[in-house]
Design a protein around this ligand. Structure first.
Ligand SMILES: Cc1cc2nc3c(=O)[nH]c(=O)nc-3n(C[C@H](O)[C@H](O)[C@H](O)COP(=O)(O)O)c2cc1C
Length: 325
């Protein structure tokens, strides 16, 4: 029986427990994307008890930037600051990975037309050559993260950003071999993973999967299961299950505890690598129960840890109560 306090061995790493701080944009980076004192402090406050910290979506290139004070891993100048962040989190005893993202059509770079799988009027359809360049940018970003000392990287493949835009039939209407059938819509996500795999070596490669677009005509959990199996084959070490194409908490889930857990459970049945579940978790009992019942391998708690960093300690303490049951 697994509880929040149980460690997890993945490749060469040991996560000291099953609690994860999921990636959450802080708007605390400098305008050039570099780490600030405030950003380090934010993470240190929340790293004292969790097993794994996934640092917020960081842009792989200027053209893939989403918001103004977003963390960047787009150039070598970022490595120094990221190193400071990693060292701080490691001192607190947690493992730490960096989520990397290209915003695609959601990019906000001034005076530039955003790039996307298909044009939506505002964005421009990527050529195959441009796709190859972006795959390379992901690999370079991962390389910088590893140089900075991160225990791995997470590809942001959810929430309607570029990787998800390729996977979703809502945003991918291409007629070439990157669009159409599921096999084609998986091509870009899998190319990104393949390129990064070589770079991470014995560190961790995580993938945040968009389990369901929750929109008519969008991708479904059945599609996500196929992708999850392919990701495992390509060497992804942990699958982090989220969903929805517009933000991370679709309106219908307001107030629902564990809203993506049934999706994570479905994905878990399809793969043998560890799976992270997330979505509206705020009770210790619920967090322990989904581990005990084998729905997920790791539990990510976002908003609750933003509000109350000490929630993590109390949740871990509560696991002892379950041991006695
Ligand atoms: C302020 C904020 C920023 C977020 N930024 C990211 C992000 O950078 N990358 C990502 O994959 N998800 C992001 N998310 C989604 C969270 O990782 C998480 O999946 C979501 O908040 C659901 O978990 P929760 O209900 O425990 O907060 C963000 C959520 C919030 C509230």
């Amino acid at each position: 029986m697994v509880l929040l306090t149980d460690p997890l061995h993945v490749k060469s790493l040991v996560l000291r427990n099953r609690l994860v701080l999921p990636p959450m944009l802080t708007n605390l980076a400098a305008y050039d994307g570099s780490v600030t004192d405030a950003l380090v402090e934010h993470y240190l406050k929340r790293a004292a008890y969790v097993g794994l910290v996934i640092v917020e979506a960081s842009y792989v290139s200027e053209a893939g930037k989403y918001v103004e004070k977003q963390l960047g891993v787009h150039c070598d100048d970022m490595i120094h600051g990221l190193k400071r962040l990693v060292e701080g989190v490691h001192e607190m005893g947690a493992c730490v990975v960096l989520q990397i993202v290209h915003a695609g059509s959601k990019s906000t770079l001034q005076n530039t037309i955003p790039l996307a799988p298909s044009s939506d009027g505002r964005s421009k359809e990527l050529s195959k050559k441009e796709i190859g360049i972006i795959v390379d940018e992901f690999a370079k970003a991962a390389e910088r993260a590893i140089l900075a000392g991160f225990d791995g990287v997470e590809v942001h493949g959810a929430h309607g950003f570029l990787v998800n835009q390729f996977f979703s039939p809502l945003t991918n209407r291409r007629l070439d071999d990157y669009g159409g059938a599921l096999e084609n819509r998986m091509r870009f996500p899998l190319e990104v993973v393949e390129a990064i795999k070589d770079v991470v070596g014995n560190k961790l490669l995580l993938y945040r999967i968009g389990a369901d677009d929750l929109t008519p005509g969008g991708s479904t959990v059945e599609d996500a299961k196929v992708l999850a199996k392919k990701l495992e084959e390509k060497g992804v070490d942990i699958i982090d299950v989220s969903g929805g194409v517009c933000g991370s908490r679709p309106a219908q889930f307001e107030g629902v505890e564990g809203y993506f857990i049934p999706y994570a459970h479905e994905i878990k049945k399809a793969v043998s690598v560890p799976v992270i579940g997330v979505g509206g978790i705020r009770s210790y009992e619920y967090a322990n129960r989904i581990l005990m019942e084998g729905y997920v391998d790791l539990v990510a708690v976002g908003r609750q840890l933003l509000k109350d960093p000490m929630w993590a300690k109390r949740a871990l303490d509560s696991a002892n109560l379950f041991k006695k049951v």
